[in-house]
Design a protein around this ligand. Structure first.
Ligand code: ADP
Ligand code: MG
Length: 612
């Protein structure tokens, strides 16, 4: 607070817009203070001010006075920041006794939290810096607690319903299955197969997430689960995020299922009406035992005879709500969700908190870690020689261009233009192919198939090849303008090589060795561990961006911070799961605060409580 002097002058306080102030009155100012070297004094960059009145005295007793950032409907036109400070201060004074508790006393005590009211008051008017953090921690706990409570209740409610218990002697099936593989399963694969098998055999509904780094061999695990379902007389559905992936996976799955005399089929949007109808008929009568497709598999026209297992690949591309919808399709089918994107644990608990988790934490032993290097424009000639060298050895290469803006055609331009140049001027003697997102999916698919059959040496592409493509003979992955990609995306792309026994290479081309971007890219050269990269990526881009726009809404927290608050999340989860175990209907008097808060704020999830 400053008293304006009528003769305020240079050297005391210099007001730029002196006329706005009434001499001899007092004002509150808000702004940024910094030292002013020129005038060897203090510079005050004024943001807002308000005329002082006596009611302000109460507020001025506090060592910190909050300034609120105007957002949403609150425009500067209507209210100024310091005015808002005043309004909120009076609101807190008048109504804070009505702030009711949101957690039970037991939880507050055992986790050393503040009461909700105290946390709210101290967030606005802390007495010291540590108040700010302790009250924030309580609010973060509350926020994460309710999210986890929903997960816990969801999990609990499915455990009440009974699912299918697939019988089939696991030992026999397992050895039959293993005999038909051209490789030995890794211990990690065997471990998750056991976990999935016992889930499927139990009468509970399976809701399991299968996580594993790119190339860790999730597909065979899924095939095993589907085989188990089919041999028990049920159907299995394999759902992919895109038609290209569905087609790619179908090629792989079909080879396996043919060996076991299991009839598989693919359902896509591009199919002729007649073919589609006959497939639909065969799904309905149960002749088709395994069906591969996109989420279109869950349209009303698709009727299963007896759907027993749903496998969802690359789940993070679907969104949580879609997952819930899909479950209603069969009569409590088991669900196996797979993701190749290593997800930082905090994120996984948030998005997949109601699922059991199996992790393949080991790559097949014949794999050599992909060698990754950062290269610049000056290295381009050498790079081309290197690609040539590998192709001479009988290997294949990918060259990937970024999608700069999906709404414009810029991505096309760089991939298409460069494809022409590469084909005409750089590698006229080699066989090149091109795939990008504006081609029809079956065109893409034909080209990828040709690459797989080694009718193409170099596949020029946009990120359409990010996931699912499996060509073990490809050993070079060149990523142009690598700085434009997220780290996790680069890791996915890199995962397209190193899938066979040969040494593979990933070359990240970027603009300039000293840029911040190439600093960020260094982590790619230092580790091949998807989880480390994912953590790093989440720190850099934030949890919402990490998952892409589809799920960012579900990951928006007011107070909690998934990067900082890992331990709080663990505690909140523990508390929530204990409640769901002890008192799933929230009937105990001691949980009444939780019940009230839940019914007020999560009315759409009330069915989970099922209060009789
Ligand atoms: P991802 O986990 O990325 O989906 P895939 O299931 O596509 O991995 O497997 C990658 C490649 O590794 C495939 O070519 C697959 O046949 C092969 N593969 C899977 N398991 C093993 C194993 N235990 N030993 C050797 N190769 C394997
Ligand atoms: Mg896969």
């Amino acid at each position: 607070m400053v008293q304006v002097k009528s003769n305020a002058s240079y050297g005391e306080i210099f007001f730029y817009r002196e006329k706005q102030f009434i001499p001899e009155s007092k004002y509150l100012f808000w702004g940024k203070v910094s030292s002013d070297y020129y005038n060897s004094g203090i510079k005050f960059d004024l943001r807002d001010h308000k005329k002082y009145d006596e009611e302000d005295d109460e507020m001025l007793k506090y060592p910190f006075i909050p300034v609120y950032i105007l957002s949403g409907e609150l425009k500067r036109k209507w209210v100024k920041p310091l005015q808002l400070t005043k309004i909120i201060f009076s609101a807190l004074r008048r109504y804070s006794q009505n702030i009711s508790e949101v957690l039970s006393e037991e939880i507050i005590n055992s986790y050393g939290l503040l009461s909700h009211k105290t946390a709210v008051l101290r967030t606005h008017y802390p007495k010291n810096f540590s108040d700010i953090e302790t009250s924030r921690q309580t609010l973060a706990f509350e926020e994460l607690f309710y999210l986890q409570l929903i997960c816990a209740l969801r999990k609990k409610s499915t455990s009440f319903e009974s699912g299918i218990s697939f019988k089939s002697p696991s030992e026999e099936l397992f050895s039959l299955f293993s005999r038909n593989l051209s490789f030995e399963l890794t211990n990690a694969q065997k471990k998750v197969i056991k976990e999935i098998s016992s889930d499927m055999e139990s009468s509970r509904i399976m809701n399991r997430l299968l996580q594993g780094d790119v190339g860790s061999g999730k597909t065979v695990v899924a095939i095993y689960a589907m085989l188990k379902a089919v041999l028990n007389g049920y159907q299995a559905a394999f759902m992919c995020p895109t038609e290209i992936l569905a087609e790619q996976h179908y090629q792989t799955l079909k080879k396996y299922f043919d060996k076991f005399d299991v009839k598989s089929a693919i359902l896509t949007g591009g199919q002729k009406k007649k073919l589609r109808e006959s497939i639909l008929d065969e799904i309905k009568c149960g002749k088709i035992q395994v069906i591969v497709g996109t989420h279109a598999l869950f349209q009303e026209t698709v009727v299963f005879k007896e759907l027993g297992l749903v496998v969802i690949d690359e789940q993070h591309k679907f969104g949580v709500m879609q997952r819930a919808k899909l479950r209603g399709k069969g009569k409590n089918p088991d669900v196996l969700v797979m993701t190749a994107t290593p997800i930082p644990r905090t994120l996984a608990l948030t998005v997949y908190g109601d699922l059991d988790v199996s992790i393949i934490d080991e790559l097949p032993s014949d794999r050599k870690p992909v060698r990754t290097g950062l290269r610049y424009e000056k290295d381009r000639i050498k790079l081309y020689e290197f690609i040539r060298e590998e192709i001479r050895k009988g290997r294949q290469a990918y060259i990937v261009y970024p999608i700069i803006d999906e709404s414009e055609n810029t991505d096309l331009k760089s991939a298409v233009r460069n494809y022409e140049i590469l084909k005409k001027d750089i590698f006229p003697d080699l066989r090149l192919g091109l795939v990008h997102g504006r081609m029809f999916w079956y065109e893409i698919d034909d080209t990828i198939e040709a690459f797989r059959k080694h009718e193409i040496d170099i596949l020029v592409a946009t990120t359409v090849i990010e996931v699912g493509i499996d060509v073990p003979n490809a050993t070079v992955m060149v990523i142009e303008e690598a700085q434009r990609f997220g780290l996790s995306q680069l890791h996915q792309l890199r995962g397209r090589v190193g899938r066979g026994g040969e040494q593979s290479y990933c070359v990240l081309m970027t603009d300039n060795p000293n840029s911040i971007a190439s600093e960020r890219l260094k982590i790619m050269t230092e580790t091949n561990d998807g989880f480390t990269i994912a953590e790093e990526d989440m720190k850099l881009r934030g949890p919402g961006e990490f998952f892409g726009t589809k799920q960012s809404g579900e990951l928006k927290f007011t107070v909690a911070d998934l990067i900082k608050d890992k331990r709080i999340l663990d505690k909140a989860r523990e508390a929530a799961f204990r409640i769901a175990e002890d008192d799933p209907q929230l009937r105990k008097v001691s949980n009444s605060a939780i019940r009230n808060f839940f019914s007020l704020n999560y009315s759409e999830s009330m069915n989970l409580i099922k209060i009789a």
